[in-house]
Structure formats: C-alpha cells, structure tokens
Design a protein around this ligand. Structure first.
Ligand code: ADP
Length: 480
C-alpha cells in the first residue's frame, strides 16, 4: 500500500513507533479482495506494561495543563482529522470494507467527538455545597481518573476510538489503546495525527497484537484506573471480571438486539427509510442495527413491499468503487452467522422475499436479505445477526410489540414509528433500552449520550455525560 504518512505498520508507545520485542507480526487483509495490506506487530504483556508506564509518566504534566491548553491540542487533532478525511476514509475502507462514502461519514463522526470534547474540556465544573455547620465549607472538585485503557472493535475503526480517547484526554487522563486486530491502521493513523497535533508523548499510546495478553495486562496492572471497552457482551463480562480485583472503573458498550417497531399509524415511507439506515448501514454490522423488525398486521404487506423495493436498490461490491452502497462482511465467521440465522428461520417456517444467500461476488459478500413470516422463536429474534438480514415479524397489539421488544437480555437501542403522540411517550417509556429512535433510524451523534442498559453495558459516551466517565469526584471538607 502507498505510504502517505498516515499509514504505520508499527505500534505507537511513549512517542515512538515500535516493533514487537519478539519481532513477530500479524498480517492485515482487505476484506473485499483478500489482498495483503500490510502487517502490524504482535505485542504482548511486556510492551503493554511499557505503554502503561509511559501513560503513567505522562500523566502529571498532562493533567497539570489548563483545560484550555488540552482543549487547544484536541482542537488541533480534530482539524487534522478533517484535513486528512479522504486519506483516513480510504484507509478505513481498505481494512474494514465499508463503502467509501460511509467511511467518510465515519471519519466526520469520529472527528466530531474530538471537537465536542475539546469544548467540554473547559466545562468540568465542581460545586460548592451549603455546609451542615456554620463553620464548615463543602467543596466538590473534579479530577481525572488517571491512566485509562481502551479496547475497541473493528466495525467503527475510528469513531469507537475517538469516543473514548477524546473525553479521556479532555479530562486530563492518559490512555493506552488496543484497537481491533482487523483494523489497526485507522487507529495508528489517529496516533500519527495526535503526534502532529502536538499531544505529548505517552499521553496516547496504541498497542497492537495479542488481545488476551494485552487485555490481561491492561486489566491487571494497578496503574490503570479505568477501562473503556466496546465489543461483545461475552468479552465485556470477562474484562469486567478482570477489572474487579483492582476495582477499576469500567465503561462497557456491548452487544445489542435492537427491535424496530412499525405501528399501524406509522408513515410507512419514513419507516422504510429508517429501517434501511438502521438495518443495513455498515452491512448490518453495528451494535445499534435494527436486528428484528416488528410490523403491525394491518400494514405488514405494504411495509414489506416497500422495504423489498428499497433493499433491491443496494449495490453490493468493493467499497472503493463509487457506486457501491454495501461492502463485504468482515470475515467468514460473520458470513456463517448470517447464513445460520437464515437457515434457522427457514426451518421454523419463514420465507425469503429477497436475497438469502452469499453474493455472486464470492468472498464475504452477502445479498441484502428480507425474510417474512418469521416466527418469534427464531434465533434472529434473540441473537444479534450482525449482517444484512432483515427478519420481519408480525404483531397485532401495542402491548405485544413492547413485550417482544423487551424479551431480550440486551438493552442498547430500540426504534419505533408512529404518529400518535400519546403512544410516542407510552412506548418510549416502556422500552427497556438506553436509546430509543422515534420516527428515526439514525440516532448516533456526538451531542447525545450513547449507551445501553442490561447486558448492553454500563456508562455513556458522547454528550456532556461522556466526560464524567473519566472524572473522579473529590469532596473537600473545610472547617474555618
Ligand atoms: P467482535 O465480535 O466485534 O470482534 P470482541 O468482543 O471479540 O467483538 O472484540 C472486541 C475487541 O475486544 C477487539 O479489540 C478484540 O481484540 C478484543 N478482545 C477480544 N477478546 C479479548 C480478551 N480476552 N481480552 C482483551 N481483549 C479482547
């Protein structure tokens, strides 16, 4: 691959680009073509420890900077991301597969967190509380939690990093990041831009390699005071347990199983548009993707007809080609999961209306699929498919739809469409989810708190709440 200055094949620790102590590397492939993009070091516990120590050494000077000084450095980082958005997007499409237009969208979304938290850095206010005795003064100050760790997934290779790193750095914390093994180059490009922005060495480190060895060190090293993780519920549970010994703070953004409900009074065209965005963005590989569509019996056929027409407009292909609107799945496991959810639904009596099989392009390309008459006991109703399958279930009453929607261990995002204002509040309040899209299939924005309840995790990212995750409250009791 052409080296444009942002493409690094080494990890970034303490201001240095480094190979693994062992010299071992891992290959990174383009999921659209199978071509070799390059390699990254396979680092383990020893290199991670060095990164943590570097973050710890950098901490005193970084947290001692004024909020305005940190803000200015983050602002510069944001501006560099915008300046290099085309290059960053290209890198992302090459390693992740999403269409270039979507990759550009993600870069802007990723940059928006850096911009937002550059602003929020200056607004970490404390409190003065009226004292309980005449001579007592009660003051609350907010301080950075210290050295933090982040572990991120491959589906949003850039924004999942900035959503953690920007609030951490804004608050005065330092960070060691382990990016997903499939998409290290987007992370390393962000590190390069952090260098160019003037963020001091040790403040932001990127370690690539053995997930278990790195994760064990990040969660086991007492210098790390907080872990922020985005990924599967299974790994989230494990990491939380590993953090229990030191009682590290944790933020977990885990799996979802988003219901998408279309009531009989919905604007069907808007609902179809929302379903397309919510279900098929990033080829169905987002944690807030609509996983199961519940449509009222009265509008079921009309909705399905419009949905199928819209789905048949997708152009599946290599994300680098301008006409592509749907790229490949990340790997063969992802493809096998979509296939198995389709086979299970078919066995239980569902029908395929469009798609249903691997795409003629081969590799990990899959046809965007709509299935109807899917029974509520299908696996696709319980498990996140993480692929381009829209299973459409039928319901008859509002209470039934709410019960189906809540019948899951997950609680990240839910969506519903209605034009009845009473129903808007009734249903929104009844859904056991951290985020609810109402007549909207696109809910992600840096200004709003992103996060889930139940097995979808802990904590919120983005918005004024996002920075709280990186702050400790200290209370000063002063007798005068
Ligand atoms: P996905 O299915 O999206 O890959 P994972 O939860 O497996 O979800 O992965 C998300 C991130 O967690 C990735 O960076 C991955 O390398 C990392 N990861 C997976 N297993 C572990 C582990 N045991 N310890 C630390 N990190 C892990």
């Amino acid at each position: 691959m052409q080296n444009t200055g942002l493409f690094h094949q080494q990890a970034y620790i303490n201001g240095q680009w480094l190979d693994a102590d062992s010299g071992q590397v891992q290959t990174i492939l383009n999921p659209a073509t199978g071509e070799l993009l390059g390699t990254v070091p396979i680092m383990g516990a020893a290199e991670t420890r060095k990164a943590i120590e570097a973050a710890n050494n950098a901490l005193p000077a970084w947290r001692a900077k004024t909020a305005k000084e940190r803000s200015q450095l983050l602002r510069k980082w944001f501006e560099l991301m915008l300046e290099h958005q085309d290059e960053l997007a290209r890198l992302m499409t090459l390693e992740q597969g999403k269409p270039l237009a979507e990759a550009k969208g993600e870069i802007l979304y990723a940059a928006s967190f850096v911009e937002w938290f550059a602003e929020e850095a200056k607004r970490v206010y404390g409190d003065v509380i009226p004292g309980p005795q005449a001579n007592k003064r009660v003051i609350v100050v907010k301080q950075p939690v210290g050295v933090t760790a982040a572990i991120t997934p491959w589906n949003f290779p850039s924004s999942m990093i900035t959503r953690k790193a920007a609030p951490a750095l804004a608050a005065g914390c330092t960070m060691v990041l382990k990016p997903a093994p499939q998409t290290p180059y987007s992370a390393l490009a962000l590190a390069e831009l952090a260098v160019r922005a003037g963020i001091p060495k040790g403040v932001f480190n990127v370690v690539t390699g053995d997930a278990i060895a790195i994760g064990t060190e990040l969660t086991g090293n007492p210098l790390v005071r907080k872990l922020s993780f985005t990924g599967s519920t299974q790994v989230g549970r494990l990491l939380m347990a590993q953090c229990a010994h030191d009682l590290k703070k944790v933020s977990l953004e885990l799996g979802g199983n988003a219901p998408f409900i279309v009531f009989e009074d919905a604007d069907l065209d808007a609902a179809v548009q929302g379903a397309i965005i919510s279900k098929f963005r990033n080829n169905g590989q987002t944690c807030v993707c609509a996983n199961r569509l519940y449509v009222h019996d009265k509008v079921y056929d009309a909705f399905v007809q419009k949905l199928v027409a819209a789905v048949e407009n997708f152009r599946v292909g290599n994300g680098m080609e301008p006409e592509t609107t749907m790229g490949p799945l990340i790997d063969q496991n992802a493809l096998a999961k979509v296939k198995s959810h389709i086979e299970d639904a078919l066995e239980k009596g569902a029908r395929i209306v469009t798609g249903g099989k691997p795409h003629a392009l081969g590799g990990t390309f899959f046809e965007p699929t709509v299935m109807v008459d899917v029974p509520v006991n299908a696996i696709a109703a319980k498990e996140e498919t993480f692929g381009p399958l829209a299973p459409v279930f039928r319901f008859h009453h509002e209470e039934e739809a709410i019960a189906y929607a809540n019948d899951t261990e997950y609680g990240l995002a839910a969506y519903f469409y209605t034009r009845d204002i009473s129903r808007v509040f009734r249903v929104a309040e009844a859904l056991e989810y951290g985020m609810v899209g109402i007549n909207s299939g696109a809910i992600s924005t840096e200004v709003a708190p992103f996060g889930g309840v139940k097995a979808s995790g802990l904590g919120r990212e983005g918005s004024k709440y996002g920075i709280e995750e990186y702050i400790e409250i200290k209370y000063l009791s002063l007798d005068i």
